[in-house]
Write a protein that binds this ligand. Structure first.
Ligand code: UDP
Ligand code: MN
Length: 273
């Protein structure tokens, strides 16, 4: 017999989406995000950067946050942004926090569908590792000990339920995330795994549908694009690591993300050929 306590269905409005970016990438990366998936989650998505930028403040509909973190690629600067994203989520009262990088494509409807399988009142850390075995580090509290834990690669995106975020608050809230990163001297996504898996003893749940450019994009099955949550792109020397999709000319769409967006949502103006 069904009880009367069915949990409410998950909607896009239950999600706080934070994107880490930096001054130098507003033009080169945010334009692509704004032209594609952002238009499907304008109210829910916020960009965390390191400068004021009137043009992009306007283009994002007022969703550009100047974290005042340093505009460099060091651990402290990146942990500073992650701290700011986490604190903004805590203040948002949303059920889910999902982080992505500015070189991710987020398949918005599938993100909602994926999260609907999990109860945000339980502790969930969802994402995908980019290493085959848990990370092993020396325990800085006791250097004769090694500790190991999994972490979700930041560049593939990850989601954390509100229930878990509440438990993280005493350790990572109010900017304390930065101190944890300083202590273990590892990147922001690793720091998150350390807090959740090692300190809180909660497990990462692997969701295969998150993809970073640390995996070869040519291996993503393009027949199942609609069921994937995130994609990315990168360039190693002259080699492009991009999804193998047909569509727009590679000169117009070197990252293939416009073409991916057109395959998923053919009604966008620039998709008609
Ligand atoms: N990033 C940043 N500050 C920097 C460099 C990068 O906030 O000085 C952000 C960037 O916007 C992206 C993420 O960090 O969201 C990862 O950067 P990138 O893709 O350049 O490097 P990766 O780690 O993926 O090789
Ligand atoms: Mn990247």
């Amino acid at each position: 017999v069904a009880t009367a306590t069915a949990k409410p269905a998950t909607t896009l409005d239950d999600i706080f989406i934070s994107i880490k970016t930096t001054k130098a990438f507003h033009k080169t990366r945010l334009d692509l995000v704004l032209k594609t998936w952002f238009s499907l989650a304008r109210e829910q998505t916020w960009f965390f950067t390191d400068t004021d930028d009137a043009e992009y403040q306007h283009k994002t509909g007022g969703h550009l946050v100047n974290t005042n973190c340093s505009a460099s690629h060091n651990r402290r600067a990146l942990c500073c942004k992650m701290a700011s994203e986490f604190d903004a989520f805590l203040q948002s009262n949303k059920r889910w926090w999902c982080h992505f990088d500015d070189d991710n494509y987020v398949n918005v409807p599938q993100l909602v569908t994926t999260l609907a399988d999990y109860d945000p009142q339980q502790d969930w850390y969802l994402g995908k590792p980019s290493i085959r075995a848990p990370l092993e580090i020396i325990n800085r509290d006791n250097v004769s000990q090694r500790i190991s834990f999994w972490f979700a690669t930041g560049g593939a995106g990850f989601c954390i339920s509100r229930s878990l975020a509440f438990k993280m608050m005493p350790i990572a809230g109010g900017g304390k995330f930065i101190s944890v990163g300083e202590k273990i001297r590892l990147p922001d996504d690793v720091t998150l795994g350390y807090i959740i898996e090692h300190l809180l003893r909660k497990k990462l749940t692997v969701v295969e549908e998150f993809h970073s450019h640390l995996e070869p994009m040519r291996f993503v099955n393009t027949d199942t694009l609609a069921r994937q949550v995130s994609f990315s792109y990168s360039q190693y020397g002259s080699e492009m690591n991009v999804l193998p999709v047909d569509g727009l000319d590679t000169r117009l769409d070197p990252t293939r993300l416009l073409s991916v967006h057109c395959l998923l949502f053919p009604n966008f103006s620039y998709c008609a050929t």
